[in-house]
Ligand binder design. Structure first.
Ligand code: NAD
Length: 689
């Protein structure tokens, strides 16, 4: 029942459809027009408020709130609306108006149920928290979360208060402070949902909850005790200690604000809601939130470059089952494609299949789904999959000749319209394509390591590439749920090119005798996720030196003395993968010697501005079309401190003229590698965004 709630004629633009069934239960379905994903924009909230006002006047037997979109419930507030807030007062009003609507929902005089499938995130989960009960489809796609900290803010529609009241302080803090989505089993365990059901029972269970109105869930006793005013300071200190280990307050103020709100106001009462709104209004104004929101929206722009519904891709053939090819093949199978994986012999493919099985088990949880994914990935040493493939991805050794030889036998066997993609890190497309019958069909699909964790793929075109083929590659990247960055074939493309001077500068600093751990500390203090020395160990010292040398020589950049690095490589000390590199590695973590003295005052700028200067060079070379796209790619590909907004945004915030002057100063002290790139003049004239 209550399905097929068609819209009444004349209200095509409304987002909510309201229907009363024979039992007197009202079903409010959100189906925002013109989009595949529901968000809680101002208008959507106002409309909800109006419906709730009508219902409050004569409460129905019960209310079920649900989504009309197949993919999920509600993705959150409308992030675009954050960018037009002029002052703190507007931010405060935005939060208060959302709070008022959810208060109306909470206070409706009847049982209320949120019926969730797929995701309920941010404001969407806050809405569900304002219902008395939550029932969800308990499959692998369920993702419930309050990811606001990832945008530099915190929940603002009462979520900081209601989550603690429902779950208790520690589980609620984990959800809010990490911003990570909670999956089905855990959601039930911590009480975020009352029931998990198959999709076919979502509606009947929502109905049952309304009609039976069982006792409502409350936080466990221990958690409630921890919320008592006497114990709160202790819990607060423990939470702040944990946070200090993860993020600095001056870089990421939002998680600290969440702890302080709870510690001052607890999980009840009007003052707590008011304080939440005041606090989010302040956070909206921080540089951190502005940068993170901008990066979030830019990421959407990159995603929109590839159409998910474009040409259909069903079969992928991957050649080279090593670190990258093996993981690319597994990822394609995880995303539902039929994949054949080729290498020189079966023994090279088997380890990749084993890693794939582990990935499927981890990501899909349901053994039946994992078995289906394994079935989609087949070893294919003879290359039987080539003639059927819609996309052929080459990921063999980084050698121009080896790749060309392979293409010579490959190309005649491919479907005429199939994409030929290389995963090369450092070779240019033009020479790779030189002997192809149709050089215009070669593109780069540069995945990053580890494939399953890195969202970005550089989609590389050459002067010869065919525009339709490049668009196909962008679409294919979206089909894989990755974020595409279109870029031109040029040494190191964007990400490795910008990263290289950072790693090089670390080597220069080490040569001067600065302790390795101090070099890393300087970068981490700026906000990088790991320092350059640790990063080199993670990438693998063999790969880092090989790719670094190719890029440096093609671009004519000053190279540091790499004797120490090469000695390590010769001794098979390759970094994390071999258990030792610059650092020893235990249980996947670098063992660093204790800090040795203060960080030299110029070190941070040396490391960071080296990267920023190269980013400007990349723009001048038109490797990437726009500063905005470069910023987001460098954040996604290198982990460049996200709250700084990317290298170009950082330079603009610090002042272009100031950065140029600083580069000149560094050039005077450390050499011409710091001379400001000619591309700065274009940025100077554009001014601040
Ligand atoms: P790898 O050495 O781990 O794997 C290469 C695989 O290719 C090996 O299993 C090898 O047996 C196979 N192979 C070689 N020649 C072959 C042929 N003619 N036919 C079939 N199989 C063949 O290398 P990798 O690190 O996976 O790198 C592969 C490609 O990806 C390179 O172009 C590299 O530049 C690029 N890349 C590497 C990384 C990284 O971090 N390792 C990141 C991005 C891109």
């Amino acid at each position: 029942m209550a399905h097929g709630t068609g819209r009444a004629a004349g209200d095509a633009e409304t987002s909510w459809q309201m229907r009363r069934d024979d039992d007197g239960i009202v079903w409010l379905t959100l189906d925002k027009p013109g989009t595949s994903t529901n968000v809680l924009s101002r208008v959507v909230l106002q409309e909800l408020g109006a419906h709730l006002m009508t219902l409050a006047a004569a409460p129905p037997r019960g209310l079920v709130v649900r989504s009309g979109k197949r993919g999920g419930f509600i993705a959150g507030a409308d992030v675009k609306e954050f960018t037009v807030l002029r002052d703190a007062e507007e931010g405060f009003e935005l939060a208060r108006s959302g709070q008022r609507v959810l208060d109306q929902l909470e206070e409706l005089g009847c049982p209320t149920v949120a019926a969730i499938q797929g995701f309920a995130l941010g404001g969407g989960l806050e809405l569900a928290l304002a219902c008395q009960y939550r029932v969800a489809v308990g499959d692998a796609s369920l993702a419930l979360g309050l990811p606001e900290v990832q945008l530099g803010i915190h929940p603002g529609f009462g979520g900081t208060v209601r989550s603690v009241r429902l779950l208790g302080v520690r589980p609620a803090m984990e959800v809010m402070l990490t911003g990570r989505a909670v999956r089905a089993d855990k959601a039930l365990r911590i009480g975020l949902v009352d029931r998990l059901v198959p999709a076919s029972e979502l509606e009947s269970t929502a109905r049952e909850l309304v009609l039976r109105a069982p006792p409502r869930r409350t936080a466990p006793l221990t958690e409630r005790l921890l919320g008592l005013p006497l114990l709160r300071p202790l819990v607060r200190s423990a939470l702040l200690r944990q946070l200090a280990g993860r993020a600095r307050r001056e870089h990421y103020p939002a998680p600290y604000a969440i702890v302080e709100l709870w510690s001052r106001y607890g999980a009840h009462g009007e003052a707590a809601y008011l304080a939440e709104a005041r606090s989010i209004a302040e956070l909206f104004r921080t540089e951190t939130a502005r940068n993170l929101v901008r990066v979030f929206l830019l990421q959407d722009r990159l995603k929109a470059l590839g159409a998910k519904g474009g040409a259909s891709f069903e079969r992928v053939h991957v050649i080279g089952a090593g670190v990258m090819g093996g993981d690319i093949a597994a990822w394609c199978a995880l995303r539902g494609l039929q994949v054949t994986l080729q290498d020189r012999a079966a023994e090279f493919v088997e380890p990749a299949l084993q890693r794939a099985r582990e990935l499927f088990a981890r990501r899909l949880r349901d053994p039946a789904q994992a078995a289906l994914a394994s079935g989609r990935l087949r070893a294919d040493v003879a290359g039987d999959g080539v003639p059927e493939a819609d996309v052929v991805i080459e990921a063999i050794f980084e050698s121009l000749n080896a790749k060309r030889e392979l293409y010579a036998t490959l190309e005649p066997r491919m479907k005429p319209e199939a994409l030929l993609a290389t995963n090369t890190s450092s070779l240019m497309l033009e020479p790779l394509a030189a002997r192809l019958a149709r050089p215009e069909r070669l593109v780069g699909l540069h995945f990053f390591n580890p494939v399953a964790q890195m969202p970005l793929v550089e989609v590389v075109h050459s002067r010869q590439s065919d525009a339709t083929i490049v668009q196909g590659a962008l679409n294919f990247t979206r089909r894989l749920d990755k974020v595409p960055l279109p870029c031109r074939s040029a040494p190191g493309f964007v990400v490795n090119r910008v990263l290289m001077p950072y790693l090089n500068e670390a080597m220069f600093a080490a040569q001067e005798g600065i302790a390795l751990a101090t070099i890393d500390d300087a970068a981490v203090r700026f906000g990088m996720p790991v320092g350059p020395i640790e990063l080199a160990d993670i990438v693998g010292l063999d790969t880092a030196s090989h790719v670094g040398e190719i890029i440096a020589s093609e671009l004519g950049r000053a190279a540091p003395d790499l004797t120490r690095l090469k000695q390590l490589v010769a001794a098979k000390k390759l970094g994390r993968k071999s258990g030792e590199g610059f650092y020893a590695w235990r249980d996947g973590k670098a063992v660093k010697p204790p800090a040795q003295g203060a960080i030299p005052p110029e070190l941070e700028d040396r490391l960071i501005l080296a990267m920023v200067n190269e980013a400007v060079a990349c723009l001048r070379d038109t490797v990437v079309a726009e500063p905005d796209l470069l910023d987001v790619a460098v954040i996604l590909g290198t982990g460049f401190a996200p709250f700084r907004g990317g290298p170009i945004a950082y330079a603009r915030q610090r002042g272009i003229a100031t950065v140029i002057a600083r580069l000149r100063q560094l050039a005077g002290r450390y050499g011409s590698r710091f001379l400001p790139d000619a591309g700065w003049s274009a940025l100077e004239t554009h001014g601040k965004p």
